[in-house]
Ligand binder design. Structure first.
Ligand SMILES: Nc1nc2c(ncn2[C@@H]2O[C@H](COP(=O)(O)OP(=O)(O)O)[C@@H](O)[C@H]2O)c(=O)[nH]1
Ligand SMILES: [Mg+2]
Length: 273
């Protein structure tokens, strides 16, 4: 299998096609069949400026690129996305922010502590409504903070309330992790979205069996709500599953409203250092 296929390309692997597996600033790490390691590329100047141009690439995108082993490789086009999850902002300069693309499963992640809010889950589900060819699963983390069986009960209740598959897990006790693994297939891309601090990176690490993702983005709390982590990465787990870890979403809004519950809940999180 080529590296491009290992990273989720389900069509015929061809030169000139790649997947963005990490991005920081102007630089993109590409998995492709031309190389056994990441090829670093930039966007071709002007290629994403025209009105009819494809969207600017983000981690998870499949792209067309020009490979230049001796110099700079250039991304020239973003291929059509089969799924997209985006946040819509009210009155902001940018009207939307693309949080994840080309995922097979969207895990809407909620902590079983102050983070728990049916209203927020409903909001995430509403944003997920037209996300494309992917399924949504409600994932409840930190089940160890509740009495035994309580997390599973809440997950079952949510499943009834939202008619969406639900699961309670804990990276501390290991509860639910086997069921979570069983939901994911090799070369599928899974994406975890939810508030900062709910344990998305911890889950990726637990699934990977080693620390690949940075957890507890400490600066995030000291910087008055600023997100320190802006890079997004696709991690290839030993199982062959591709996990897309995204920076936390502090506020996720529908057009015309702002989520404030999150900011309030944060200060009383018991795990805050
Ligand atoms: N009690 C408990 N704490 C957890 C669990 N998973 C993660 N945490 C803690 O929650 C905090 C935030 O985790 P992190 O993975 O960085 O969250 P992210 O911002 O969603 O990526 C860290 O202090 C973790 O140790 C869990 O299952 N149970
Ligand atoms: Mg994280």
């Amino acid at each position: 299998m080529t590296r491009l296929e290992e990273f989720g390309w389900k069509g015929e692997a061809a030169p000139g096609i790649a997947r963005v597996v990490r991005s920081h600033g102007d630089y993109y790490h590409l998995a492709c069949c031309e190389s056994d390691s990441d090829v670093i590329a930039r966007k071709k100047k002007g290629a994403f400026m025209r009105e009819d141009a494809s969207p600017k690439p983000v981690t998870g995108d499949f792209v067309k690129f020009v490979h230049n082993p001796g110099g700079e490789s250039m991304i020239v086009e973003t291929l059509e996305r089969f799924s997209v999850f985006e946040r819509r902002d009210a009155g902001a300069r940018r009207s939307s922010q693309t949080l994840a693309v080309n995922f097979d499963i969207l895990f809407i992640t909620t902590g079983l502590n102050e983070n728990y809010s049916p209203a927020r889950i409903a909001r995430f589900l509403a944003l997920a409504e037209n996300m494309g060819r992917a399924k949504a699963v409600l994932l409840f983390t930190k089940a160890d903070l509740l009495a035994p069986g309580e997390g599973a009960r809440l997950a079952k209740e949510a499943c009834g309330m939202f008619a969406t598959e639900s699961l309670a897990v804990s990276t501390v006790s290991g509860e639910g992790l086997e069921r979570l693994r069983a939901m994911m297939h090799p070369r599928d891309t899974v994406s975890f979205v939810g508030s900062s601090g709910v344990g998305k990176s911890s889950l990726v690490n637990a699934l990977a069996g080693e620390d690949v993702a940075e957890t507890l983005e400490v600066q995030e709390w000291s910087g008055k709500g600023r997100h320190a982590t802006t890079s997004r990465t696709i991690y290839k787990l030993a199982s062959g599953v591709l996990a897309l870890d995204t920076p936390g979403v502090r506020e996720i809004g529908m057009i015309g409203e702002t989520e404030t519950v999150l900011a309030k809940g944060v200060s009383s999180h018991r795990w805050r250092k």
